[in-house]
Design a protein around this ligand. Structure first.
Ligand SMILES: [Zn+2]
Ligand SMILES: [Zn+2]
Length: 175
């Protein structure tokens, strides 16, 4: 069961960061000075591996593999947010989150509920169409319409340093 660890910490932008831990999870939640929820970060284990999922309105979902180095520091390696099974994680987190304040619990669980579909939506159109195209370097996703209408094939990939290498995703896109 997640319980608060330490006190709230104010970051440079004035947001409050609070941390909740149990044997399985480490949950950080960020809220605005006016109390509105801003984002969350969740460290979780899957088998013998540790992973880190974050969501903010700016970057949306990011996912990292976490390796603990010999000196105890953590190394974060970014991976495809589509690799994170939000629905599986949700079932594990729901009972652990039972004692959290309702606004924190509903904010995190609601985002996790939508994660499998959200990470497969196009980042280029306001309709956020389900996407079939993704870049294997930066995991940006685009829908068929945007691939046709916009100059995405030549657009620059910030991680690869060249243009995106758009590939069709073969798996069924969650809706
Ligand atoms: Zn689109
Ligand atoms: Zn890319």
């Amino acid at each position: 069961m997640l319980r608060e660890s330490g006190g709230a910490i104010k970051d440079k932008g004035g947001r409050l960061r609070r941390c909740f831990v149990d044997g399985d999870f480490e949950l950080h939640v960020l809220s605005e000075p006016d109390g509105c929820m801003f984002g969350f970060q969740l460290l979780y284990r899957s088998g013998s591996e540790s992973w880190f999922l974050s969501w903010t309105p700016v970057e949306e979902f990011l996912h990292f593999r976490v390796d603990v180095l010999e000196d105890g520091k953590r190394r974060f390696t970014q991976t495809d947010p589509g690799e994170c099974l939000g629905d599986v994680l949700l079932e594990r987190l729901r009972p652990a989150a039972a004692l959290l304040e309702p606004r924190i619990r509903s904010f995190v669980l609601e985002l996790l509920h939508h994660q499998p579909a959200d990470v497969h939506r196009c980042r280029y159109c306001s309709a956020r169409q389900p996407s079939r195209w993704s870049c294997p370097s930066c995991w940006l996703r685009a829908c068929d319409g945007c691939m046709e209408a916009k100059a995405l094939r030549k657009s620059r990939c910030t991680r690869a340093g060249t243009s995106h290498e758009w590939q069709l995703e073969l798996a069924e896109v969650p809706r």
